[in-house]
Design a protein around this ligand. Structure first.
Ligand SMILES: Cc1ncc(COP(=O)(O)O)c(C=O)c1O
Length: 385
């Protein structure tokens, strides 16, 4: 029995190691070693309740969690005193939390979000029972501001909750805060809430040459970012940050654990704050910036190669995601490409090698029958939004 367990464990490790080396379609960085954290697997760690309130159960990593939150607060230009947050189980939980705070601020609010929004948001809205309207998307995945304008106009008497994407799942599109704010001003909305879903791009966008507006100084109320995507935590996790006035509205004190019940779950993973903290400490801001630059370079290389073989592909400006015509099922399976309808995408995450892109291009080359374009035509074919 024991032998069988050991064999199965070994086989699982081998399978996962092989699968880890191969995916090109999912936003999970795999360039960083977390070996140093292995001893923590043999310990009970539990960050129960509020990260800023010590619990009677002190087997936690809350001090590290607070450092992580301060790091993101700084990056997202939030005031440390007026900002609250916690390390979540992933981007979806952070979005659920942001929408929960929005509902508590405006129980009569209407949520507006684009059709390119991650599938989990619809479910979260259902769980929270918040009225909501899906807005059309532009071709590049951004929200259609005209449709948003028309839809808000008809409901200007209601508080508005804007669910804004900073990096949509399929095309890594960024909704423009200025255009959303222009609608707020146009209809003189006094009661509104802006939540940002920055699952992947929330940590990369501060490094763009022209930084998009999406942080606390730009006027948002809350943001969710995943920890297993760009940072590369081997365990799904994330962070949520919000203005403190919103979390104060929902805080309740719990005598059983002597901490505040501000988080979605009670017991919380204490390993993931440590994982994020370790990566942030080791990489620092310059390491994160460098990783983004390398990913962007690889994305540009990938798009060039696809264009040169005449394969239908494009990408949003600054994005590390390349959108392409859906390849054959065999190729999608081989490279673990994410597919939606007739498109697929490649995400050039840290850890992906140029040679893997070249191998994919070689496979795709065989499926292209049209004459490849001339090299000079390449620039004209780049789709930049
Ligand atoms: C834009 C966006 N939001 C939210 C999520 C959900 O994040 P998580 O998988 O961390 O729960 C994803 C995941 O791919 C995403 O792409």
């Amino acid at each position: 029995m024991n032998r069988q367990t050991d064999d199965l464990l070994k086989a699982e490790l081998e399978r996962l190691t092989q699968m880890n080396a191969g995916y090109l379609g999912y936003p999970l960085a795999r360039d960083f070693s977390f070996d140093a954290l292995a001893p923590f697997l043999n310990l009970q760690i539990n960050n129960v309740g509020d990260p800023f309130t010590p619990s009677s159960l002190t087997i936690d990593t809350k001090e590290r969690e607070i450092e992580v939150l301060h790091f993101f607060s700084k990056m997202l230009r939030a005031s440390i005193e007026n900002t609250w947050g916690y390390v979540t189980n992933g981007g979806s939980e952070g979005n659920l939390y942001g929408l929960y705070l929005a509902r508590e601020a405006y129980p009569n609010g209407m949520v507006y979000y684009s059709e390119s929004t991650h599938y989990s948001v619809k479910k979260n809205l259902h769980l929270l029972n918040i009225p909501n309207i899906v807005i059309r998307s532009l071709d590049n995945g951004e929200i259609d501001y005209r449709d948003l304008d028309r839809t808000v106009k008809l409901r200007r008497h209601r508080p508005a909750i804007f669910f804004m994407n900073v990096g949509t799942t399929m095309t890594e599109a960024i909704d423009q805060l200025d255009k959303i704010k222009a609608i707020i001003t146009k209809y003189a909305l006094k009661d509104y809430y802006i939540h940002v879903d920055g699952a992947l791009a929330g940590i990369m966008a501060p490094f763009y040459k022209e930084k998009p507006k999406f942080d606390f100084q730009d006027g948002i109320d809350s943001i969710s970012i995943s920890g297993h995507k760009f940072i590369g935590s081997p365990i799904p996790c994330g962070i949520v940050l919000c203005k403190k006035e919103h979390s104060d509205r929902i805080a309740k004190s719990i005598s059983y654990v002597k901490t505040k019940d501000t988080t979605i779950t009670g017991s919380r993973n204490g390993l993931s704050p440590l994982i994020i903290w370790y990566a942030l400490k080791k990489l620092g801001v310059s390491g994160l910036r460098q990783r983004y630059e390398s990913s962007k370079e690889l994305a540009e290389y990938t798009l060039t190669q696809l264009t040169l073989i005449g394969y239908d592909a494009w990408k949003n400006k600054n994005a590390i995601t390349i959108v392409l015509k859906k390849p054959s099922d065999l190729i999608c399976k081989k490279y673990q490409l994410a597919v939606q309808d007739d498109i697929a995408h490649i995400i050039c995450m840290p850890g992906i090698e140029k040679s893997q892109i070249d191998a994919l291009i070689d496979d795709l080359k065989e499926t292209v029958f049209e004459k490849p374009p001339l090299v000079e035509d390449f620039n004209a074919m780049m789709v930049e939004f």
